[in-house]
Design a protein around this ligand. Structure first.
Ligand code: 1HE
Length: 267
């Protein structure tokens, strides 16, 4: 039995709010006066929030308070760092964003307003991205004289391609929510104000999956996508056999065959 969420999350900074809603946890970037700029306290808070995730939480929703998801790296902290500290800082983001991507439970990011720089890098580490129509995406690192440091150069080309990322970084080009949806930044596009409810509904749906399936999708699928074809087929066979050998799969398939499980219906 995990600790109560209140105990687990007692050390969070004021800029990150966490709450439990049944089988899911909702994390909120809560620094609206600074447009949810990501300072060290907030990023380390994400790590701590995931650390304190109760065992029976099966999915996470991440969203932002105020008019924007996140204005990216807190530029105030950047000015104090030397090169060595800059590397350490980037590696810290890598570790924590990797923890989001390759953690225990899927993460659904709800995006609205500015999704800029490190904010876009953070969103890219999530498994499902939902945009409200107000969302816009930018990588102003070029104009700030810096480079992405939160895994953006690894994750974003896989979502939108190297050419688009190059354009965003070299020219400051921004994309709107509908363009982001068309180019694959987000999987869902909803009206203003509807993102959190959609995110919660999706997370609740994810939470009903067999844990082993969610594990395979989070941890195995992206690895297969990076393998050559023959290795990919082999890995797929192994995880397919592991999943179907699990008691949960057997019970679920039996339920379907006994007409006790929901049929697939178009959305
Ligand atoms: C900030 C930050 C920030 C706002 N760091 N303080 N990111 C950027 O280059 C984006 C910079 N931000 C903006 O372009 C705009 O603030 C927004 C489009 C997001 C929002 O505009 P607006 O008019 O609603 O707000 P504002 O008046 O610009 O900002 C409100 C306050 O938030 C203000 O502080 P105040 O004390 O004057 O009230 C801003 O200074 C503050 N603020 N964004 C610090 N980013 C690991 S590498 C990742 C590299 C990056 O992420 S680079 C991209 C950085």
């Amino acid at each position: 039995m995990g600790a109560s969420p209140e105990d687990s999350w007692s050390g969070l900074p004021g800029s990150l709010h966490a709450e439990r809603r049944g089988a899911i946890a909702v994390l909120r970037l809560s620094r609206p006066d600074k447009r949810n700029a990501l300072d060290d306290a907030t990023v380390l808070g994400l790590d701590r929030a995931l650390d304190g995730l109760p065992e029976d939480v099966k999915a996470v929703v991440l969203h932002g308070e105020g008019e924007h998801f996140s204005a990216g790296l807190d530029l105030n902290e950047l000015t104090d760092r030397n090169v060595t500290e800059g590397i350490a800082h980037s590696r810290m983001w890598h570790r924590i964003f990797d923890r989001i991507e390759y953690g225990r439970v899927p993460v659904v990011a709800v995006l609205h307003g500015a999704v800029i720089g490190g904010g876009l890098e953070l969103a890219a580490a999530a498994h499902i991205r939902i945009a409200e129509r107000s969302a816009f995406y930018a990588l102003p690192e070029g104009s700030r004289g810096i480079f992405v440091g939160g895994g953006g150069s690894v994750r974003l080309p896989r979502l939108i391609g190297v050419a688009r990322m190059t354009d965003m970084m070299l020219t400051g080009r921004t994309y709107g929510a509908e363009e982001g949806q068309a180019m694959g930044i987000t999987q869902y596009l909803v009206d203003a104000g509807a993102g959190l409810a959609k995110g919660i509904a999706i997370a609740e749906r994810i939470a009903t999956n067999a844990p082993l399936t969610n594990f395979a999708v989070m941890h195995v699928l992206p690895r297969i996508a990076e393998q050559d074809r023959t290795s990919g087929y082999l890995t797929e066979s192994l995880i397919a056999a592991i999943a179907q050998g699990d008691g949960e799969a057997k019970a679920r398939v039996k339920d379907f065959l006994a007409k006790r499980a929901a049929k697939v219906r178009p959305d």
